[in-house]
Design a protein. Structure first.
Length: 401
């Protein structure tokens, strides 16, 4: 087979270009530290690297979310520690003042401290984060959650929802807790009392100005007939110094009918049906007076509904204790949530480390191997260049001399 001089030059030039290209490629890889300069070199490897990097990015987002939750929980924990301590102090004050050894002036001093602690709790309930968002407002973070009206009554204006953040594949945690879970209501014999009403009621009870609470006998259902289907009257007397007497006509002789009639009257009394056992239909009629020294009342009826008054001091102590226990439970719940968050962070850190190792094995260049290969390619190029130089100088006249 004959090989022309021009063909030889073309083949050698092609080999030189190919060798130079390989050297340039190795030098570029050494410069970037990566195995691939372009996805087209190894499409499957490139696709795997992209998938692994996407997973690593997701884990990073999860960790940032967990750090955010952890910071939020730390703030809530500090607030709830204060709430728990304050409720413990209010409980101790209530027990001491109700012991029978305190004079009216002593009780007044205790009540003054209790009201100050109550105002401090209200301030804590309306705590804000660094962004000005209310911590215990649920998802209504721009609304002051606990608002006090002119009468000193506190009501909740947030919602019962929580913001949720993703912390892993098919995993999420709550970013915040609504106030209803922290400053929660107390249920006593089927009647709900909000957090601040419990404290106010205890203070009023010690001063003898608490709203009187009267409860009827129990009835099978709210529709139980009390007077064989006939209307009947309630006789109500409200006031201590100059009582006001009122006759209330109950047109529907059922516990529900009694509640309707009392609430429609001008006596200032408020009535509701109370279920001591939520799973049962058994009800009582619960009546609350207007409060204050002149807010006492008596109520009688025929048929006799067995009305009796609650001991507001002893009831108040029980409700204060329940509120304290709920504050402690909320604090424990925060601790549990923090433990869960830390466990999730540990799991994500392990996953992140494993993913990064896989990325490194697929993406990062083996410098020692690459440098060795580069040296070999350079030597091969130099040998090819030297051979080409010698061959290109040879001619037929060298053999005719």
């Amino acid at each position: 087979m004959k090989v022309s001089t021009s063909q030889m030059f073309l083949n050698t030039s092609s080999q030189l270009a190919k060798q130079s290209g390989r050297i340039n490629e190795l030098q570029a890889k050494i410069s970037t530290g990566e195995k691939l300069l372009s996805p087209s070199e190894e499409p499957q490897r490139a696709a795997l690297i992209n998938q692994l990097e996407s997973t690593a990015s997701q884990i990073s987002t999860y960790q940032k979310n967990l750090d955010k939750v952890d910071g939020r929980l730390s703030i809530e924990e500090a607030i709830l520690n204060s709430v728990d301590n304050i409720m413990g102090r209010i409980r101790d004050l209530s027990l001491a003042a109700a012991s029978g050894t305190y004079s009216p002036s002593d009780k007044a001093i205790v009540v003054q401290e209790m009201r100050g602690l109550r105002d401090e709790l209200l301030s804590l309930a309306n705590s804000q984060d660094s962004g000005g968002n209310y911590i215990f407002a649920g998802t209504k973070v721009t609304t002051t959650p606990y608002q006090e009206n002119a009468a000193g009554e506190v009501s909740y204006h947030g919602d019962s929802s929580s913001a949720v953040v993703s912390t892993g594949p098919n995993s999420s945690v709550r970013l915040n807790r609504p106030g209803t879970e922290v400053f929660s209501k107390v249920t006593d014999k089927g009647v709900d009392y909000n957090f601040f009403d419990v404290i106010d009621g205890m203070a009023d009870a010690l001063m003898g100005t608490a709203k009187q609470e009267t409860v009827s006998s129990s009835y099978a259902t709210s529709a139980t007939a009390l007077n064989s289907g006939s209307a009947f009257n309630l006789t109500v007397s409200v006031g201590k110094t100059s009582p006001t007497n009122t006759t209330i006509n109950v047109t529907t002789d059922t516990p529900e009918g009694v509640v309707t009639a009392i609430n429609a009257s001008s006596t200032g009394l408020k009535a509701k049906l109370a279920k001591e056992d939520p799973s049962s239909d058994i009800v009582k009629v619960y009546i609350e007076g207007p409060g204050g020294k002149e807010g006492v009342f008596t109520i009688t009826s025929t048929p006799n509904m067995g009305f009796s008054d609650n001991d507001t001091v002893q009831k108040g102590i029980g409700r204060i204790s329940d509120s304290k226990n709920r504050a402690t439970d909320a604090l424990v719940g925060i601790g549990v949530s923090m433990s869960v968050v830390n466990e999730k962070k540990d799991v994500n850190e392990e996953r992140d480390l494993a993913i990064k190792k896989l990325i490194s094995s697929e993406k990062d260049l083996d410098y020692a191997l690459a440098v060795t290969e580069l040296s070999s390619e350079i030597i091969a190029l130099e040998a090819l260049q030297s051979s080409f130089a010698k061959i290109s100088q040879m001619s037929l006249f060298d053999y005719l001399r």
